[in-house]
Design a protein around this ligand. Structure first.
Ligand SMILES: [Zn+2]
Length: 233
């Protein structure tokens, strides 16, 4: 079969060193005419939750547009039904229990609704932080486990971070992350204040303490590549 695209992500299992995280997890782009790899920076890192690096080839696309189309990799997304499936009201996640020890139920309930904070038994009473973009498309659901007494993340005997597409065993899910809380950008007025913090937990707690600001989180991926931030329309 003839390739339709000038560049595609390499379909072999060969991995290269990722320019972002320096692990050997980069899937490079291949020039389908020459079968050669492109440069060492165009590619997608397999460590989607910890790194998320994804850079598409951009050069040489001026003269002949027909011969020069990069394969468009569509990110996967979840059906909105998952929000209901995991908004378990009978069993609180450890994170919600922790919040309820420190804040008014009404204030906690407000942020649960605002961010659609979910609960899953992937780990017992674990929390789901959905990444929903400005078009209300659900890009992913990050699963994390917290200690309900201290509110700290459970990192022993391993770091408890996973994704709902892994729990649902969705094959070939292309995770393209966005800022946590991004869907709420549409609610804010031009003069509104947006604050970006690292952790989802901080964004939630600050949203309770300072509800007049909009709190977003980068989710500790360390990179902004692939994030779509449209604050000023
Ligand atoms: Zn990487």
């Amino acid at each position: 079969m003839k390739h339709n695209y000038k560049y595609s992500l390499d379909r072999s299992s060969k991995k290269f060193v990722c320019p972002n995280c320096n692990k050997k997890t980069l899937v490079k782009f291949v020039d389908n005419e020459t079968n050669h790899y492109l440069n060492s920076t165009d590619g997608r890192c397999d460590r989607e939750s910890k790194c998320g690096y994804f850079k598409k080839p951009t050069s040489n696309c001026i003269t002949n547009i027909n011969n020069c189309i990069t394969e468009v990799i569509q990110p996967s997304y979840h059906n909105r039904k998952v929000l209901q499936d995991y908004c378990n009201t009978k069993q609180q996640s450890n994170f919600i229990s922790y919040l309820l020890k420190h804040f008014e139920p009404k204030a906690v309930s407000r942020v649960v609704d605002l961010y659609y904070i979910g609960t899953t038994n992937y780990w017992h009473r674990a929390t789901i932080f959905w990444q929903i973009d400005t078009k209300n498309v659900i890009r992913g659901g990050k699963i994390m486990q917290y200690n309900c007494g201290t509110g700290k993340r459970v990192k022993q005997p391993f770091n408890h971070v996973s994704w709902i597409h892994k729990q649902l065993k969705i094959k070939n899910f292309i995770l393209q992350q966005c800022l946590f809380g991004l869907h709420n950008v549409n609610r804010i007025t031009k003069k509104g204040t947006i604050c970006i913090v690292e952790s989802e937990k901080t964004a939630i707690i600050m949203s309770i303490i300072v509800p007049s600001f909009l709190w977003l989180a980068t989710g500790a991926t360390g990179v902004f590549i692939g994030f779509q931030i449209v604050f000023f329309k």
